[in-house]
Design a protein around this ligand. Structure first.
Ligand code: SF4
Length: 131
């Protein structure tokens, strides 16, 4: 199993926040994929990782999976979830354990994902096709 170092994810998201254009983001993502490919090692069951090109392709797929959406798209997705009958408030509206003003923590009852995190990723899809 391949794990992406958490600091790499944080650095990637930080760089992408500073680069609003999609083209610029793709260039940054490619740079991070090349960096990640350097850290991947051959594994017995990892055929795709056995060549430098295979490692780079795998790294590109991994990076694409963690690219974030824009803030406006993130807010659009969460507003859809907030209006959806399938949303559950883990913390927030109606909960007695949260101080006033704390953002709600939202869980989808269909996929069980915490939407505050899932809605951030470009690769995420609503299981009912709402985004
Ligand atoms: S992910 Fe889709 S189904 Fe789940 S709460 Fe959001 S809009 Fe509803």
């Amino acid at each position: 199993m391949t794990l992406i170092d958490r600091t790499l994810v944080e650095r990637l998201h930080q760089r992408l926040r500073d680069m609003p254009s999609t083209e610029g983001q793709e260039q940054i993502a490619e740079g991070f994929a090349e960096e990640l490919a350097e850290t991947l090692v051959d594994e017995p069951d990892g055929a795709a990782q056995t060549t430098p090109q295979g490692r780079l392709e795998l790294a590109r797929r991994l990076i694409q999976g963690i690219l974030p959406v824009s803030q406006s798209e993130y807010e659009r997705r969460l507003s859809i979830c907030l209006d959806c009958p399938e949303i559950r408030f883990l913390i927030g509206r109606g909960a007695s354990t949260v101080a006033p003003g704390t953002a709600p923590l939202l869980q989808c009852k269909v996929c069980n994902c915490v939407m505050n995190a899932k809605a951030r990723l470009r690769s995420s899809k609503c299981p009912l096709g709402n985004f």
